[in-house]
Design a protein around this ligand. Structure first.
Ligand SMILES: [Zn+2]
Length: 297
């Protein structure tokens, strides 16, 4: 194993700062959702550890260094979720980390994109990502964004991003905006500050298009959800498990759903619900089970 760069590196400090800023806004991140990363050099990428909350990450706690060049190289040979999980875990650069933490299950698409990547579950861009005609709306409102059709978290969503890498390269020099259908927003830029700026601009474009005030998700009226009316993967994780449903993370996830349902109705957007078999799959996914365990501890 190669020794990673010191956690005191400037890029990691900036990433931690921007990650907390992103994580503190409940319109952008709910519970343990969302993840961020920064590529320090040609090999080392700091990525959020699974189970950490963006609102509380520090340079010393909540990130794990992985060899992203190794992940990129290995991805095309991954055929199964366990091969993918094995690839991501074997890329961890420090032995003590390897024993104690796991990189976010989204580390695969982070590895593929530009120097700093922020992934949020913004309720503003999710108005598009969870709408029936989301792809067309996105093309009209965010012409530079790449629409990524729905795929389960982990290897499938990474493969879905990989399939669009040509479109992404057309956007040039490490900057990219991706809208993951029924999931969230991904932005990539050169530095954590530039990525934050881009994340703000994208959200602002959608908000001003619909003439929406800044969302206060806590104020949206409760809207019950069952397995047939889920809009995004985290709902299956939190809402399908009683202890988690009643946790702070579960409550925040519910609030995001309340906001989406209420605002979509007000705007006349038809919701595009996840297929029921996808909800069942998410509840049984090994990596998600791990996250449930972490969320409980
Ligand atoms: Zn996500």
């Amino acid at each position: 194993m190669t020794e990673p760069v010191s956690p005191n590196s400037d890029g990691l400090h900036k990433l931690a700062h921007i990650s907390r800023q992103l994580g503190r806004n409940k319109a952008f991140v709910q519970g343990g959702g969302g993840n961020t990363s920064f590529k320090n050099d040609a090999h080392c990428m700091w990525v959020k550890a699974s189970g950490s909350e963006l609102a509380h990450v520090t340079p010393d706690n909540g990130f794990v260094a992985v060899d992203y060049a190794g992940i990129r190289k290995g991805l095309s040979a991954c055929g199964t979720e366990s091969e993918y999980t094995g690839l991501v875990r074997s890329a961890i650069l420090s032995e003590s980390d390897a024993a104690n933490v796991r990189p976010s299950i989204e580390a695969g698409f982070h590895a593929l994109l530009g120097p700093c990547v922020l992934h949020s579950h913004s309720v503003i861009t999710n108005l598009l990502a969870c709408a029936k005609d989301g792809a067309a709306l996105t093309a009209a409102i965010l012409p530079h964004a790449v629409w990524v059709p729905y795929a389960s978290p982990g290897l499938p969503v990474t493969q879905s991003v990989m399939d669009r890498i040509i479109a992404l390269q057309a956007l040039a020099n490490g900057t990219a905006v991706l809208l993951l259908q029924n999931h969230g927003l991904v932005v990539a830029a050169h530095t954590p500050e530039e990525a934050w700026q881009l994340h703000e601009e994208v959200n602002e474009s959608v908000r001003s298009h619909f003439h929406l005030p800044p969302p206060v998700v806590e104020e949206a009226p409760f809207c019950a959800a069952d397995a047939e009316h889920l809009l995004f993967p985290d709902q299956a994780v939190y809402l399908g498990h009683e202890t988690l449903r009643l946790s702070k993370a579960g409550e925040e996830t519910q609030q995001a759903y309340n906001y989406l349902r209420q605002t979509m109705q007000a705007l006349g957007l038809a919701p595009n619900f996840l297929p029921v078999e996808e909800a069942d799959f998410l509840l049984n996914m090994e990596a998600e089970k791990y996250r449930q365990k972490v969320a409980k501890s």
